[in-house]
Design a protein around this ligand. Sequence first.
Ligand code: AMP
Ligand code: ZN
Length: 121
Amino acid sequence: MSDTIHRDPDCLFCRIIEGDIPSQKVYEDELCYAFRDINPQAPTHILVVPKTHIPSCAAVTAENAGLVGHIFTVIVRIARAEGLEEGGYRVVSNAGPNAGQTVPHLHFHILGGERLSDRMS
Ligand code: AMP
Ligand code: ZN
């Protein structure tokens, strides 16, 4: 797992991680940062991002797969802490224009707190 953090000064989420733009922090460690989505799509809507700039889940490689695995353990921990485990939750990562990705920094949405739509698209 690489311990080098790459930041893009023009990237919204890099600036949030840096603290230049305020956010409602949920969790942080040396590799990732989690915060509440500014426009929640469910009662609980949290974004989990790597601290290093990776453009999307389409840029996951053997080199950064360990980091992505770590992020998934954090997702599970956050979901438990937020009381989502029993009812269940959805984890989403959009890649590219057809998926409607608006911020080009890898992020995982955690959505829960109510019965989510059966339709995922
Ligand atoms: P995506 O559409 O998958 O790229 O998701 C980007 C998400 O970032 C959207 O759900 C936005 O509501 C969220 N977002 C944009 N700006 C902020 C911000 N300043 N703080 C928290 N969430 C944000
Ligand atoms: Zn970034």
